[in-house]
Design a protein around this ligand. Structure first.
Ligand SMILES: Nc1ncnc2c1ncn2[C@@H]1O[C@H](COP(=O)(O)OP(=O)(O)OP(=O)(O)O)[C@@H](O)[C@H]1O
Ligand SMILES: [Mg+2]
Length: 280
């Protein structure tokens, strides 16, 4: 059974004229690390709101079809219950961090769920250790750098021990080095906890070394879904206007010039291998 399944899902906000997402059919297995992308307004945020239950429980509108997360139909459970299965991290951690200090922030979720004190403390220590936050526990959110704030936002989602983590442009406000650190952290969490991760990101290049799948949206629909090497070399990707990584643009050109080049490299290592093969 997939961990997340969309069955013919469409959603229209409030009294909007058009659908924000339309005819979505999607299966996601445990342990996947997925890049969700597409041009502005194409429905990425709406799609992940359906996974953590903000749609339909918080954002009113017309929802058609069914979303099943870890065996539960999202319309039949509360957002609080879903938060123990699905964690979410947004673009602006300042808006997400609500507590006086990092320790309180990490305790916030499990306290609201009525988890016993001892268990909360254990979880906080585990997460703080894993995300290297121990030295920051008594700091207030505004004393932290953007990258540290994002680590705290991820940590506070993890204290509920979710199986799925959704991130909506988590690196948009970070410098390149901090952005890379956050993505590397996600890779570690994906591998060590078998955490299923969906990250919305416009800077595709950042994720090429890590994701196993790319989902590309346009006008509320999924227009391509598959391995990075399939999706990012597709006509759909070209047409949609997403920011195709430079390495891929380079190899697309090279393939036009040299028919012996048959693979679709997405990482530098794959690129080097492809060039070696051609020169053999
Ligand atoms: N809370 C809302 N109320 C009404 N309409 C909304 C709301 N949120 C999004 N929309 C509309 O739904 C459509 C899809 O928006 P969504 O935010 O899901 O796109 P997105 O792909 O995340 O865009 P971006 O890359 O700009 O974040 C857009 O037409 C948008 O205007
Ligand atoms: Mg968005």
């Amino acid at each position: 059974m997939p961990l997340i399944e969309f069955k013919n899902v469409s959603f229209k906000y409030g009294d909007a004229e058009s659908y924000a997402i339309k005819d979505i059919n999607l299966k996601i297995d445990e342990g996947e690390f997925i890049l969700l992308t597409g041009s502005t307004g194409c429905g990425k945020t709406t799609l992940i709101r359906c996974i953590n239950g903000l749609i339909p429980h918080f954002h009113q509108g017309a929802l058609e079809g069914e979303i099943i997360v870890n065996g539960y139909s999202t319309t039949e459970c509360t957002v609080a219950f879903l938060s123990t299965i699905v964690g979410i991290v947004f673009q602006n951690p300042e808006n997400q961090l609500v507590s006086l200090n990092v320790l309180r922030e990490l305790a916030f979720g499990p306290e609201n769920m009525g988890i016993p004190r001892e268990e909360i403390n254990k979880r906080i220590m585990e997460v703080a250790e894993k995300l290297e936050l121990k030295h920051l526990l008594d700091k207030t959110p505004i004393e932290l750098s953007g990258g540290e704030q994002q680590r705290v936002a991820i940590a506070s989602a993890l204290t509920l021990k979710p199986r799925i983590l959704l991130l909506d442009e988590p690196t948009a406000n970070l410098d390149p080095k901090s952005a890379k650190m956050i993505i590397e952290l996600l890779d570690t969490l994906n591998k060590s906890l078998n955490l299923t991760i969906i990250v919305i990101e416009h800077r595709l290049e950042l994720l090429m070394d890590y994701v196993n799948r790319v989902i590309l949206m346009e006008n509320g629909r999924i227009i391509a879904d598959g391995k990075p090497s399939e999706v990012l070399y597709s006509h759909e990707a070209e047409r949609s206007g997403v920011n195709i990584p430079r390495l891929i643009r380079f190899f697309k050109k090279l393939k036009e010039l040299n028919p012996k080049l048959i693979s679709n490299p997405v990482t530098i290592r794959e690129g080097v291998e492809a060039l070696k093969k051609v020169s053999e």
